[in-house]
Design a protein around this ligand. Structure first.
Ligand code: NAP
Length: 348
């Protein structure tokens, strides 16, 4: 079969003014480069949709990696199958993860892939390799084991608890010995799911009740650990609820994207940091890719928990590249439970 010479990609049309709109993105046909030595042609099967993309749409502030450019394709994590290979170690048919998502096919260096030979659809379905066994599960694992060094008996609070990192963090915290696991999410349905499916003891709807009141109600004796996906009001509330010597993993700041951050409406939360002085708290920010040495341990343990049926992987899957921008906007508004993914091939 003749190799395809073009692929459909999602391009950034213009930088959003305020909240991103569907018209800020477009699906276009772009040429694929010829395959060089050591390169692979990969057909993407699933791609990851991540909150960090919101920051990358802007021109000024650098986030986890480079910012997107108007007129150029977006990128992000994806899982695909090798269709053609000029690298003997990665033959056609191998499943690989890589960074050239937001397109149906990609030509990339074999050295820039991971998972080759390790992604086993028999061990866990392909979507799980981008979620619970992928970067977001790994983020939860790093945050709990290395950043706050979770101890048996800890009371743990997780924000954005019904998302990809949050559903992993609640379940891992329980298996790592936490005594009590509390979460916040938007809406009563998500809160009910947290308790029913994801190992949380109790959950509060941050849209319906101030989080400071919710924590006083759910953890009157305080919390030991806060896994912060949200920042802002929830971080300030956690600082009040933490016991002396408490630990915080600063993972992400969902509440500070877009309007809130730009208008500085929440800047008063920083004044709550006096709590860190008074209670000798440890607040530690982290970027997951700095902790790759933990990945083999993470994959072994989490694959084991999955095989034993002790944890649940959950994804929200949107079909088709033409719906990918909509999936990003939905994620930013809380439209996902677990990991937000786009499926690019409905045979998988
Ligand atoms: N440090 C690292 O290396 C690293 C790596 C990966 C991810 N992260 C961070 O981890 C966090 C979670 O990422 P994820 O991929 O798992 O995303 P996610 O939690 O699956 O999706 C984001 C969720 O954030 C919630 N949200 C949106 N706006 C909010 C607001 N103003 N206040 C509170 N919650 C809000 C929404 O749920 P509701 O319906 O509950 O509002 C939404 O579902 C993000 O902050 C991300 O940037 C960090």
């Amino acid at each position: 079969m003749t190799p395809p010479r073009t692929t459909r990609v999602v391009c950034l049309v213009r930088r959003p003014v305020g909240e991103p709109l569907p018209t800020d993105f477009a699906v276009e046909e772009r040429p694929l480069p010829p395959l060089g030595e050591g390169q692979l042609l990969v057909r993407n099967l699933y791609m990851s949709v991540d909150p960090s993309m919101r920051g990358r749409l802007e021109s000024t502030e650098k986030h986890y990696t480079h910012n997107f450019t108007p007129g150029a394709p977006l990128d992000g994590r994806a899982l695909g199958v090798v269709e053609e290979s000029r690298c003997a170690a990665v033959p056609p048919g191998t499943y690989v993860r890589h960074q050239l998502g937001w397109r149906e096919r990609a030509v990339l260096d074999a050295a820039d892939t991971d998972g080759a030979g390790r992604i086993d659809p028999g061990l866990a379905p392909l979507p799980t390799w981008l979620g619970l066994l992928g970067q977001t599960g790994f983020t939860a694992y790093v945050g709990l084991t290395r950043i706050v060094e979770l101890r048996p008996g800890d009371t743990v609070f997780v924000s954005a608890a019904a998302g990809a990192v949050g559903t992993a963090a609640g379940q891992f915290a329980r298996l790592l010995g936490a005594e009590r696991v509390l979460g916040t999410a938007g809406g009563p349905d998500k809160c009910a799911l947290l308790v029913k499916e994801f190992g949380y003891d109790a959950a509060a709807d941050y849209r319906a009740e101030p989080v400071r009141d919710a924590l006083a109600r759910l953890a009157p004796d305080g919390i030991d650990v806060y896994f912060d996906n949200v920042g802002g009001e929830q971080l300030a509330a956690a600082l009040h609820a933490l016991r002396t010597g408490g630990r915080v993993a600063l993972c992400g700041m969902m509440s500070q994207f877009g309007g809130d951050r730009l208008s500085g409406q929440r800047s008063a939360d920083i004044n709550q940091l006096i709590q860190a002085v008074l209670k000798r708290l440890t607040l530690r920010g982290f970027i997951v890719r700095d902790h790759d040495d933990l990945r083999p341990e993470f994959e072994r343990r989490v694959a084991g928990w999955l095989a034993e049926g002790r944890i649940t992987a959950r994804e929200t899957v949107v079909d088709g590249l033409e719906n990918a921008a909509g999936a990003l906007l939905s994620l930013l508004g809380g439209g996902n439970i677990g990991k937000m993914l786009v499926r690019l091939d409905d045979s998988h």
